[in-house]
Write a protein that binds this ligand. Structure first.
Ligand code: ATR
Length: 272
């Protein structure tokens, strides 16, 4: 039931029709009987700033921000927390009397999902890719105490990431198979392996026993990389959990309750 006092939030993106966030947040709202709603907010790049200010003016509690607006959101905020600063991007906006606050919960969501699979995330990690997701994840792993190495097809982007995150190491894309030998964790943050994209060529022959392999791709839920990892007896960490866990802090801020992540949540966002 939505009354005149309902708290309202949503997700700004372009496109946004594929987003699972409305299913996720509305599942939690129903579960806890909260007077609130979470809606898709398809917003073109040119309209982003006006849309955010308009939502705040119209009494929204806040919003999630997804592709392609995360950097614009960072620039627009009146205050950003450390997670946003490290990521250089914002995915969660909270509106208050003092203005627009931004944070980035992608790295938190990634690490929380690792921990839900029994992986601490403090050991050495090899991150494939150098986009926005790679930055948020590398920063969160470094924060958790990991020595992180980044590896990207375009070396200049890996170097740029290392410049933004002091202490981050870089290896050449061609050396990724050998580089995995010294790691406790391998993470794919590229779009490779996603439905409709090329496959990720990643040889796990040098993987040490006990390596955990995480993929942020969640369509399909089990990527070829994760299947290969499982076949070798390694721990596989699917990407869908990152999406669920990254939503927790935003929900708590907008709706006043820290929601639980369990199997029913996954069933709700996967649909029939
Ligand atoms: P996001 O910000 O969401 O992480 P992105 O900036 O588009 O997304 O990054 C996508 C990542 O996938 C990049 O690291 C990209 O490598 P490049 O920097 O070399 O473009 C990587 N990627 C995409 N297609 C690839 C391919 N065919 N081979 C290797 N890496 C690829």
């Amino acid at each position: 039931m939505i009354t005149g006092r309902a708290r309202v939030a949503g997700v700004l993106g372009w496109p946004v029709s594929h987003s699972r966030s409305p299913l996720l947040h509305n599942f939690w709202l129903r579960r806890y009987g909260i007077d609130g709603a979470y809606v898709p907010l398809p917003t073109a790049q040119a309209d982003f700033a006006a849309a955010v200010r308009g939502l705040r003016a119209a009494g929204f509690a806040g919003a999630n921000v997804t592709i392609p607006h995360k950097e614009a959101a960072f620039a627009l905020c009146d205050q950003v927390d450390e997670s946003a600063q490290r990521a250089g991007a914002v995915n969660t906006l909270v509106f208050s009397a003092t203005g627009i606050s931004g944070s980035n919960t992608d790295g938190y969501g990634f690490v929380a999902n690792l921990r839900a699979h029994g992986v601490a995330g403090a050991g050495p990690a090899l991150v494939l890719g150098a986009g926005g997701a790679a930055r948020a994840i590398a920063a969160a792993l470094m924060q958790a105490g990991a020595v992180v190495t980044v590896c990207n097809r375009t070396a200049a982007r890996a170097e740029a990431l290392a410049a933004a995150l002091p202490g981050l190491r870089v290896v050449a894309w061609e050396d990724r198979a050998r580089a995995v030998a010294d790691q406790a964790l391998l993470v794919n943050t590229t779009s490779l392996g996603m439905e409709g994209h090329a496959a990720l060529a990643m040889d796990l022959a040098h993987a040490p026993a006990g390596l955990a392999v995480a993929d942020i791709v969640y369509v399909p839920q089990e990527t070829a990389l994760l299947r290969e990892a499982r076949a070798r007896g390694l721990t596989a960490v699917p990407g869908l959990g990152m999406l669920v866990h990254q939503a927790v802090p935003g929900f708590a801020a907008w709706f006043g309750l820290r929601p639980e992540v369990d199997d029913a949540v996954f069933a709700a966002i996967l649909g029939p």
